[in-house]
Design a protein around this ligand. Structure first.
Ligand code: ADP
Ligand code: MG
Length: 273
């Protein structure tokens, strides 16, 4: 294990640790010039725990999530440090093993579901394909499971929605479909990258409720990325604060609110009351 000599010595990894990030540094560039955009960050996500990563736009939150999923462009990015997902070293896995890990072990929901859903394919087809990709199901079984998932994410008239196209759904509904898609493979870790940011406050609150509910009955860890302290207060057990690529604070969420150590943390906005 790489020992951390940063300000944030991470706790020892235990069998309850689903995700362990150690001294993660991500740089972009090419042969002669690499610019670090995430510097030496370390944190853990325990079983059933929700950890928020909060910071203003450009602070390196999405890059961190994409590094964990190994979804950064190979030619122009460099990742140093260690990422353990259920004890497996993500940065050492061959691409095929990583492909299997994505979905089965960790799934991701993005800010704008329209960019992840295919506009010319029905919701039912896309869900069924996602299910078949990860599980050995017939078409009929996959469709039945897709319907069950839409019910699970509280989409009304699920039966009818299966035949609809993404543009027929509201933003909040599309985000629910994306969460259903992520749940399709029963991941141990859900990485949600600003999944409520494009939504109005009422819908945001509903999506946060949904994630909490799913977590309560499914047993799932969540890494929740946001720039909004209101969302952090609603959802996170522990919080990592990032500022321009650095990890400036990592605490239980109550502590972050009661006694923020970093002036930057105090200045972060909160939209959800
Ligand atoms: P945010 O906290 O808003 O999610 P990001 O993680 O997306 O921030 O970005 C952090 C920094 O990395 C930004 O300066 C961004 O411009 C840069 N960046 C993100 N992706 C790439 C990429 N593929 N190539 C080069 N720079 C990138
Ligand atoms: Mg982002």
């Amino acid at each position: 294990m790489i020992m951390s000599d940063t300000l944030h010595p991470a706790p020892e990894t235990t069998s309850d640790t689903v995700l362990s990030v150690r001294d993660l540094t991500v740089s972009f560039g090419s042969a002669d010039y690499w610019k670090p955009v995430v510097r030496n960050i370390s944190f853990d996500v325990g079983a059933n725990e929700t950890v928020a990563v909060v910071g203003e736009s450009g602070s390196g939150k999405s890059v961190t999530a994409l590094a964990i999923m190994r979804l950064l462009p190979k030619a122009t990015s460099r990742i140093n440090g260690q990422i353990l997902l259920n004890g497996r070293d993500v940065l050492d896995l061959p691409p095929q093993a990583m492909q299997a890990l994505r979905g089965d072990e960790a799934a991701m929901v993005f800010q704008e579901p329209m960019t992840s859903l295919n506009p010319v394919l029905t919701i039912g087809f896309q869900l069924a394909e996602a299910l078949k990709w990860h599980r050995d199901l017939s078409n009929a079984e996959a469709l039945a499971e897709a319907r069950r998932l839409l019910n699970r994410v509280r989409i009304p008239a699920a039966e009818r929605r299966l035949a609809e196209y993404p543009h027929n759904l509201s933003g909040g509904m599309r985000q629910r479909v994306m969460i259903a898609m992520a749940l399709a493979c029963r991941p141990k870790l859900l990485i949600a990258d600003e999944p409520t940011t494009a939504l109005d406050v009422t819908i945001q609150a509903q999506i946060l409720d949904l994630i909490r509910e799913l977590q309560a009955d499914g047993g799932m860890s969540v890494l929740f990325i946001t720039h909004d302290m209101g969302v952090v207060a609603e959802i996170a057990d522990r919080t990592v604060v990032m500022f321009r690529g650095d990890q400036v604070e990592t605490e239980r969420t109550e502590t972050i609110f009661r006694q923020p150590a970093h002036p930057y943390t105090r200045a972060l906005p909160a939209s959800v009351p």
